[in-house]
Design a protein around this ligand. Structure first.
Ligand SMILES: [Zn+2]
Ligand SMILES: [Zn+2]
Ligand SMILES: [Zn+2]
Length: 65
């Protein structure tokens, strides 16, 4: 697989970065740097099938303010 990052030789990851409210995780177990700029595919955990506990936490926080 080649992407814009491959042609420019910027160190990057082809895994999908899942961004949570207070952390991030990558589908590539060998991923060394969980930064959105290094990833071709970045999704918010809200968009992941089945959702994520983060969503409920944010809604709870908003409701509490
Ligand atoms: Zn690439
Ligand atoms: Zn989450
Ligand atoms: Zn990665």
């Amino acid at each position: 697989m080649r992407c814009h990052g491959c042609t420019s030789e910027i160190e990057h990851c082809h895994g999908t970065l899942v961004v949570h409210v207070d952390r991030a995780e990558c589908t590539d177990p060998g991923c060394a740097d969980l930064h959105a700029d290094r990833h071709t595919f970045v999704v918010e955990c809200f968009d992941v099938a089945g959702g994520c506990a983060c969503r409920a936490a944010v809604q709870f926080r908003r409701a509490a303010v």
